[in-house]
Design a protein around this ligand. Structure first.
Ligand SMILES: Nc1ncnc2c1ncn2[C@@H]1O[C@H](COP(=O)(O)OP(=O)(O)OP(=O)(O)O)[C@@H](O)[C@H]1O
Length: 382
């Protein structure tokens, strides 16, 4: 791509647009060595010809659970046929038939028929032929709980060996809901065969997110399209959201905006506008879900924060007295709820008390509090 003048309509800033797609599997997995090792360790017995082990994988959205499992599964598939790793997205496949059809397609290599028993029989026959142990990753397994089939699916997969004379299967149940205990959700008959190890995926730090994004930018964009300070800014926003996916979406949206205007470089304004479209819908609907009291307090905190006021929790309470009719207990309950809902952090201070720190741009929050059902208006800055 030439580097002078405006972009022609047939030119693009994307060297490889696929790397910004949700289904893209990155070549290099950053900062997940410990988790890769734990999963590889759990697969060892099956690789040596024994039973597969199970695990529960936990971590907030965008902490790399899916990517890590898919990377390890891809490596196994290249290496051996003694383990049959299968990935099921339970958001898409949340009926028993859909789950088994997905398993069948991946184990057998062609689409399944319509009858559940025949599908299970087909899976078992292929596993026996290959002398392979089945390992099923149930991503977003919570969806199976909601659909009321979590226990049935686990029970049937984990006891497949009894009925069909195959090696014992393993299940990797994945959740991004940290309040959910996928082991406790299993009933007694399942727990007698489900002894999952727990693999945790902590949120990435800002520096880690920046590194992941820098890698993606190097692969997906032409040089100099995204200036480093803007990449820093995007990493800060994504780290605030504790979700690398937000960063990837922001890069793509900002570059598309520059491309649409025929420019060769992303600007601050592009990132601001991208942040509005990528994050505002979520912010608005979450603010709309707050109680009136919580929303009023959040709006007050946003205004105080944008004016540069003292954000010590006690100072915020004192200052709010002339404005909000809340007692201390209610104030602390509201604060706790706002922190749990991810709008702010309560950061311990040296000395006493805690500091109230907004996770979002204060102007965005104040605007969204005023009209939670509409996209907030923000000045053109990042
Ligand atoms: N360590 C990493 N290295 C490179 N890319 C990563 C890494 N972790 C996450 N990503 C990228 O971030 C995005 C989100 O990752 P992923 O889907 O694996 O997260 P998740 O924890 O499964 O999220 P969810 O719970 O919402 O399904 C993907 O585009 C993925 O490629």
């Amino acid at each position: 791509m030439p580097h002078t003048g405006l972009l022609r309509h047939d030119q693009t800033l994307f060297r490889d647009p696929d790397v910004f797609e949700p289904t893209y599997l990155p070549e290099h997995l950053h900062h997940r060595d410990a988790q890769v090792q734990e999963i590889a360790f759990l697969l060892q017995p099956a690789l040596r010809g024994g039973s597969a082990l199970s695990a529960v994988l936990r971590g907030l959205p965008g902490t790399g659970k899916t990517t890590t499992v898919r990377r390890v599964f891809a490596a196994i598939t290249e290496e051996t046929r003694r383990v049959a790793p299968v990935y099921v997205n339970c958001r898409h496949d949340h009926s028993a038939l859909a789950v088994y059809r997905s398993i069948f397609r991946q184990v057998c290599g062609y689409p399944a028929g319509r009858h559940l028993d025949e599908i299970k029989q087909g899976i078992a026959a292929r596993l026996r032929d290959r002398d392979a142990a089945l390992v099923v990753c149930l991503d977003d397994a919570d969806e199976l709980i909601v659909a009321g089939i979590y226990n049935t699916i686990l029970y049937q997969i984990l006891r497949l060996y009894e009925k069909w004379d195959v090696r014992k299967a393993g299940v990797f149940a994945v959740t991004s809901d940290l309040a959910r205990n996928l082991y406790a959700e299993a009933d007694a008959s399942v727990r007698s065969v489900f002894h999952p190890a727990e693999v945790n995926f902590p949120p990435y730090t800002r520096a880690e997110i920046r590194e992941i994004l820098a890698d993606r930018v190097r692969q997906g964009l032409y040089p100099r399209v995204l200036p480093p300070p803007l990449l820093d800014r995007i990493a800060v926003i994504a780290a605030g959201e504790q979700d690398v996916r937000v960063g990837i979406d922001l890069v793509r949206a900002a570059v598309l905006r520059a491309e649409k205007d025929g420019r060769r470089r992303v600007t601050h304004a592009d990132v601001t506008a991208a942040a509005r479209t990528v994050m505002a819908p979520g912010l608005n609907s979450r603010i709309a879900a707050l109680s009136a009291g919580e929303r009023t307090l959040l709006s007050w905190i946003a205004e105080r924060s944008s004016e540069g006021g003292d954000m010590a929790s006690g100072a915020v309470f004192e200052a709010a007295q002339g404005y909000l009719a809340v007692g201390k207990t209610t104030y602390h309950e509201h604060l706790k709820r706002l922190a749990e809902a991810g709008f702010l952090d309560l950061v311990p201070r040296t000395g006493r008390g805690r500091e109230v720190r907004l996770r979002y741009d204060a102007t965005e929050v104040a605007a969204a509090c005023r009209s939670p059902d509409r996209t907030p208006k923000t000045p053109d800055r990042v």
